[in-house]
Design a protein around this ligand. Structure first.
Ligand code: NDP
Length: 483
């Protein structure tokens, strides 16, 4: 498989190039080297993609759910067969270690294609008897859907949005983040290799303005965005003005609550997964780690010991478990937060620096004695920075954990299962964990409450988010009218 895409866009079943758009360099985060280039979509390319999606959707929606499902399932198989190549590509796009990408990117994309491929044949309406008359309902596709991705999981996001959309009979135009343009093109290529009719899944490159042009277009029925809260507000507002459906997967500042009775090794493992996986660039991360006072020192000691086992280095080396930040810009944002943590009086217990090597590497960083009002405890950092906060009681920690505008995820570590369920029941978050953190199987709904989003990805919930219900009243007798 070729590492770099053969052209910038994928439209109507084939690669399309148009070098008149703004050039976007593809930078390998592990070295800072430019490894390729794509061009942002011009208005003509955007128009071509939407026109091809409209035409493709008409063909696709006429096929049976079972036939659509077969294409998605076949695409899942191809993705699995090419997991190694796709993982190398994902590592080039994002800088995430191959150790991670081989386990969670193409494989999770394949899970979504397989799961929604399986569901496609069983999407039905219902029959509602009304005496002699009846109503039947039909679950219809929305039409042309737009997917807009963030840069942290380019393959996964392209599949998490594409698979349910396509299962329901929609077409998609997907715009990856300009920071990670490569992987979605491969997803489009594989879907078409698996038999997808031309035009059903298109990819166009570009910055925010290309996304905004897609959202505005009257041919578009729905927008699914993964991104930050400020972008989400803009996209939601633009979609609302034309009464379009939305799914918003936005940021978070999630609480991870560790009680005195927790298994320390598991709690430390959960905190590591929830802060340092993908160098902390995960929206659902549990970045506010509330640790009950009795276990605090043991927790910090074990955390410091286990951080020494992190293998920081070449992301393509299978031994590497911690890679660079996705871009220089994101690295500098995170460095700014590290400085802020020190300035505002948090106790730096690990990391805090850029590494002296090529690429955008930061140290895994832990602050202890963090207070709720500190910037690092309030704002989403999107980097490897863990804030450890102390607490005394269950009642207190629930109030403090909920004191945020976000509500994506929450986790609890305790051996007391009643307490685990009781506390999770009171935390304001969409995707929660008990004695675990950041698992995201396709079978489970994923998404946030409050500012963290609207709608759900994955699971049967995603079907509701990519289809609409038509109800049909059927009268068996005569119509009675007043005149
Ligand atoms: P951004 O919000 O900056 O961008 C997200 C996407 O939206 C990009 O493709 C971007 O294009 C595009 N975009 C920007 N402006 C507009 C606009 N006005 N109209 C339409 N599209 C637009 O997020 P990042 O890419 O920086 O990703 C990081 C953020 O994503 C974090 O805040 C994180 O929390 C969130 N996130 C949420 C997840 C979730 O599932 N809840 C998962 C992963 C990340 P471009 O960048 O190319 O200009």
């Amino acid at each position: 498989m070729q590492l770099q895409p053969t052209a910038s866009h994928f439209i109507n079943g084939e690669y399309v190039e148009d070098t008149s758009g703004t050039p976007i360099d593809i930078i390998y985060p592990a070295t800072g080297a430019v490894i390729g280039r794509v061009y942002a979509a011009t208005p003509a390319i955007v128009d071509q993609a939407l026109a091809s999606a409209e035409a493709g959707q008409r063909v696709w929606a006429k096929m049976s759910g079972r036939e659509r499902g077969r294409v998605l399932t076949r695409a899942a198989m191809i993705m699995r067969e090419r997991n190694h190549e796709l993982s190398v590509l994902e590592t080039h796009d994002t800088g995430k270690p191959y150790q991670e990408t081989v386990a969670v990117d193409a494989t999770s994309g394949a899970d979504a294609l397989e799961y929604f491929g399986g569901l496609a044949g069983s999407l039905t309406g219902e029959h509602i008897p009304l005496g002699e008359d009846w109503v039947y309902t039909v679950r219809e596709p929305l039409g042309v859907c737009v997917g807009i991705g963030a840069w942290n999981y380019p393959t996964q996001i392209a599949c998490w949005k594409g698979a349910p959309a396509l299962a329901c009979g929609n077409a998609m135009v997907f715009k990856p983040s300009e920071t990670t343009p490569i992987c979605a093109l491969k997803v489009a290529e594989i879907l078409h290799e698996a038999g997808l009719p031309a035009g059903v899944y298109n990819v166009v490159q570009g910055m925010g303005e290309v996304g905004a042009a897609l959202v505005r277009d009257p041919r578009v029925a729905k927008v699914s965005l993964t991104g930050s809260v400020p972008t989400g507000k803009k996209v939601y507002a633009a979609a609302a003005s034309e009464m379009k459906y939305v799914t918003m997967e936005l940021g978070g500042k999630s609480p991870l609550v560790i009680f005195d009775d927790a298994d320390v090794e598991n709690a430390v493992g959960g905190a590591i997964l929830g802060n340092f996986y993908s160098s902390g660039q995960v929206c659902s991360n549990g970045t506010r780690v509330f640790v009950q006072r009795g276990i605090k020192e043991t927790f910090l000691t074990r955390l410091a010991e286990r951080l020494k086992d992190a293998v920081i280095g070449d992301p393509l080396d299978e031994a590497t478990s911690f890679g660079p930040m996705v871009s220089e810009a994101q690295m500098n944002i995170v460095l700014g937060y590290m400085d802020k943590g020190v300035e505002e009086g948090a106790r730096l217990v690990a990391g805090g620096n850029r590494l002296d090597r090529d690429g955008f590497y930061l140290e895994p960083t832990v602050f202890a004695d963090v207070r709720d009002d500190m910037t690092i405890a309030r704002e989403e950092i999107f980097g490897p920075v863990m804030s450890v906060l102390d607490f005394e009681s269950e009642e207190e920690v629930i109030v403090r954990a909920n004191a945020t505008e976000f509500g994506l995820s929450a986790g609890v570590f305790t051996k007391d299962l009643s307490r685990g369920h009781r506390v999770i029941g009171q935390l304001q978050a969409g995707s929660c964990f008990i004695n675990s953190y950041n698992d995201a199987p396709v079978e489970a709904p994923f998404g946030g409450v409050k500012m963290s989003g609207v709608g759900r990805e994955n699971s049967k919930e995603a079907i509701k988010n990519f289809s609409q219900v038509k109800s049909v009243y059927v009268r068996m007798g005569d119509v009675e009218s007043p005149f």
